[in-house]
Design a protein around this ligand. Structure first.
Ligand SMILES: NC(=O)c1ccc[n+]([C@@H]2O[C@H](COP(=O)([O-])OP(=O)(O)OC[C@H]3O[C@@H](n4cnc5c(N)ncnc54)[C@H](OP(=O)(O)O)[C@@H]3O)[C@@H](O)[C@H]2O)c1
Length: 245
C-alpha cells in the first residue's frame, strides 16, 4: 500500500518502516458489538490504531474505554477511541464491517467508503429449529462482502475474520489456535487483512482466493456454530499443508 500522495482527504495508508510490520488505522463499524470490540482489542494489542464506530458516539466511547482498560497500558499497544461510524471512517484507511447482516446494506450505502480498504466479517446467518444456517444472498450468486463491494464501488472490499469467535477474541489467550482466511479481488487489499490477522492468530492470514468465495466463508460459520453447540466449544478453522506458513 502506498502513502497517500495527494493529500486529497483520504487518510494515510499504513506506515511501513523497514522490516517492521505495517501498522494501520482501523475504523470498526459496529465496534460496540462483541465481534468488532474483540477484533479491535486484538488489533490494538499489536500496535494498530483502532477507532470503534457506533451509531451513537457515546456508546462507542464507553466501549473504547473498556478496551483501553483491558489493554492495561501494554507496551506498544495502539490507541483505541470511539466515534460515530461516519467519523471513524473519515479518520481511517482501513474499515472493518462488524455489523449484523440485517441493516448492513443500508449502512454500507450510507457511509463514504471511497478509497478505503474495507474488510467484511459479516455472516448472513439465520436460525431455526435445526440450528444455524446460511442465508441465500442474491439467489446464491452473492454474499455480504460482495454486496458491500457493489454498494461501495470506490472502496476495495475483502472478506476475513468470518470464522473467528468473539469469545476467543476477548479471551486471555495470546493467540487463537486457528487461521484467518482472507478473500478478495485485490492483492494489496488482501494483504492488509493478512497483516491484521497476525494480531489474532500470531501468523499471517491465509489467502483464500477471490471475493466471491465469501459465499463459502460466510455460511461456513453456521457449521462452526453447530460444532460449538455439540462440543460446548469455541471452534475455529486451521488450514493444514501450507508448509512454513
Ligand atoms: N459474534 C461472533 O462471534 C461473530 C463471529 C464471526 C463473525 N461475526 C459477524 O460479525 C458481525 C457483528 O457481530 P456481533 O455479534 O458483534 O453483532 P451485534 O452485537 O449484533 O452488532 C454489532 C453492532 O452493530 C451495530 N448495529 C446493530 N444493528 C445495526 C443496524 N441495523 N445498523 C447499523 N448498526 C447496527 C450495533 O452498534 P451500535 O448500536 O453501537 O451502532 C451493534 O453493537 C455480524 O455480521 C456477525 O455475523 C460475529
Amino acid at each position: 500500500m502506498a502513502e497517500n500522495p495527494d493529500n486529497s482527504g483520504t487518510p494515510e495508508t499504513p506506515e511501513v518502516t523497514g522490516a517492521d510490520p505495517a501498522t494501520y488505522t482501523v475504523a470498526v463499524i459496529g465496534g460496540t458489538g462483541p465481534q468488532g470490540k474483540g477484533l479491535g482489542y486484538r488489533f490494538a494489542r499489536h500496535g494498530h490504531t483502532v477507532i470503534l464506530g457506533s451509531r451513537a458516539a457515546e456508546k462507542a466511547e464507553t466501549v473504547a474505554a473498556e478496551v483501553t482498560e483491558r489493554l492495561g497500558g501494554l507496551d506498544g499497544a495502539g490507541a483505541v477511541s470511539g466515534a460515530t461510524n461516519e467519523d471513524a471512517v473519515a479518520a481511517a484507511s482501513v474499515v472493518l464491517l462488524a455489523v449484523p447482516y440485517d441493516g448492513h446494506d443500508e449502512l454500507v450505502a450510507a457511509l463514504d467508503l471511497a478509497g478505503r480498504t474495507v474488510i467484511s466479517c459479516v455472516n448472513p446467518l439465520a436460525f431455526d429449529q435445526r440450528g444455524a444456517h446460511g442465508r441465500v444472498i442474491d439467489g446464491g450468486e452473492g454474499s455480504a462482502a460482495e454486496s458491500a463491494q457493489r454498494l461501495a464501488p470506490e472502496a476495495v472490499v475483502v472478506g476475513a475474520f468470518h470464522n473467528v469467535s468473539a469469545v476467543g477474541l476477548w479471551s486471555e489467550e495470546d493467540y487463537l489456535d486457528e487461521d484467518v482466511i482472507v478473500v478478495g479481488d485485490s492483492v494489496e487489499a488482501k494483504q492488509v487483512a493478512i497483516d491484521l490477522a497476525a494480531s489474532v492468530t500470531g501468523r499471517p492470514g491465509v489467502d483464500g482466493g477471490k471475493l466471491r468465495l465469501a459465499r463459502v466463508l460466510e455460511p461456513f460459520t453456521a457449521v462452526l456454530i453447530s460444532i460449538n453447540r455439540k462440543y460446548k466449544a469455541h471452534s475455529g478453522i486451521r488450514v493444514t499443508g501450507l508448509g512454513g506458513h
